[in-house]
Design a protein around this ligand. Structure first.
Ligand code: DGP
Length: 109
């Protein structure tokens, strides 16, 4: 698949505010935060979206996202992954948004 800006972050070719990493994934603050806490969790493997990732990778990034949310947002948080143009996916590398630190609306826009 095509390289993306997130591939450059993984390879440290461009800077990012990294808050967590392990052998399978990286988590960093979103450049355009939509909430006081807005972290992106991405696998090192460049799957295009959640439909392409294997279960172990998807499970791992979701687990890391949930742990980061629980650590930083004691009153609750939201995990989101956008898939495709109508959902607003702008980077074609699987990423889980961790959003929290304020009350959320439902349904999302
Ligand atoms: P999505 O719309 O679901 O594809 O979310 C992509 C997110 O990626 C969006 O919230 C902005 C963020 N983003 C895009 N480019 C960069 C970047 O270079 N650095 C960081 N930290 N975040 C980025």
């Amino acid at each position: 698949m095509a390289d993306t800006i997130f591939g450059k972050i993984i390879r440290r070719e461009i800077p990012a505010d990294i808050v967590y990493e392990d052998d399978q994934c990286l988590a960093f603050n979103d450049i355009s935060p939509q909430a006081p806490v807005h972290i992106l969790v991405i696998p090192r493997q460049p799957y295009e979206d959640a439909t392409q990732a294997n279960a172990a990778t998807l499970g791992h990034v979701m687990q890391v996202a949930a742990r980061l949310g629980a650590e930083r947002c004691p009153n609750g948080f939201r995990l989101v992954t956008n898939i495709g143009p109508e959902a607003g996916q702008s980077v074609q590398h699987l990423h889980i948004h961790v959003l929290g630190g304020r009350a959320m609306q439902w349904p999302p826009g």
